[in-house]
Design a binder for this molecule. Sequence first.
Ligand SMILES: *Cc1c(COP(=O)(O)O)cnc(C)c1O
Length: 496
Amino acid sequence: MNLMYHSTRNSSLKATASQAILQGLASDGGLYVPEAIPQMTTPIAELARMNYLELAYEVLRLYLTDYSEEEIKGCINKAYDDKFDTPDIAPLKKVGGLHYLELFHGATIAFKDMALSILPHLLTTAARKNNISDEIVILTATSGDTGKAALAGFADVEGTKIIVFYPKDGVSNVQEKQMVTQKGDNTYVIGIRGNFDDAQTGVKKIFGDRDLEKRMSEAGYRFSSANSINIGRLLPQIIYYIYSYLELYRRNEILAEEKINFVVPTGNFGNILAAYYAKQMGLPIEKLICASNDNKVLFDFFKTGVYDRNREFILTISPSMDILISSNLERLIYHIADEDSDKTMELMTALSTTGRYEITSDMRKKLDGFVGGYATVDETMTAIHKVYIETGYVMDTHTAVAASVYAKYLDREKDSAKAIIVSTASPYKFAESVLNAVGIKELPEDDYEQALILREISGIQIPGAMEEIHLADIKHDTVCETDRMRAKVEDILKII
Ligand SMILES: *Cc1c(COP(=O)(O)O)cnc(C)c1O
């Protein structure tokens, strides 16, 4: 029996796993969710004997039921190879009594690589399975890290083109340089005069444009998404939650079935939603601590049950979390509404018309496994400084938001459960802010020279991703207004 997926906004809009991955967004604007979250039946002790790739198969086979074993394993092998700088793929570091799950050992040194190294393979396999001969056009909005990880994943993949929109003034130097130096004849990178939410809204609008879809189809193109609205992004992220739990078990830090907490630096709610899925599958998780920066919409939501994006957008030192519309929250809303797609539709319509919605008290009760927290820019800097002084470990700014939120949580609550702090980027990606935080204020302009200083103080090798952009040529320099995004896509694809 195939596990089917349907839209959060209409339960009768169904798709197989491969169809859902191909489409990205459901045709009614909803997000695909599995009809039922599969249960993990293999005992912990047995799972603990698996390496990352074997565990990946164990998880993905439960969700990708219309893919063959050979297809899934083929995708896994192509994804988690020596693009990662360690065979552990997702190493768990114990520092000062805390555990950091380092998800930045892939090609672009941020956690988006965990899913975006496999998505192109899941997608091209899906196209083959469904006899799709159209060229697939990946349309992506990025707050900085998705863009590069998707470009790296799709560059020169036959039968695909990738178009990335990023906020021109809303990403770090290294993030921008990584994107605009991207090679590959099928890659397009465009800066927009707006913030991430503008880019995301623009992309969703293009996806929903039925007239454009028709003209695309006549020209032999179809859109898909590499954003975390694509279920193919979410599923591979479940793997490392289970993997890191097993790692604690293997190190005798916990007993089998002992509950632990995860602290997740959150923006679009994709990463932490994968943790929620892991929990629903049976992984012993007590609390999911959702860490926001100054854009604390989610903190307020967990506190009040009201989601309200009508507020000032704040640029912080953790730009990948500068988000006011957390797209993936829609999937959680659907689950806590007892899978009621009409209710989800109602709330999402309110969000797009008024920028606000309120959940019912029954729904709020189902959020008790979540704890919301946030850290200001000052608190984030302090966390980096403190951990560096005490342990010598250098965190990136996003990870530091999580570390700060967790420290505040422990001050407030008695909780003896072991915790894993999800580390989403290499400090090299945000070197300037990180160096400022540890107290080095006079910095050279050049990213590479900053990287040399960071190497000096951290003792960590400069990642290949940094060496790569050091002397690379700029290949993309287009910038446009947000209302020109569709026109840019039409230009690139030469459709009239
Ligand atoms: C994308 C990103 C986040 C936020 O993850 P979401 O899935 O959007 O919640 C956090 N940190 C870094 C470094 C990121 O790139």
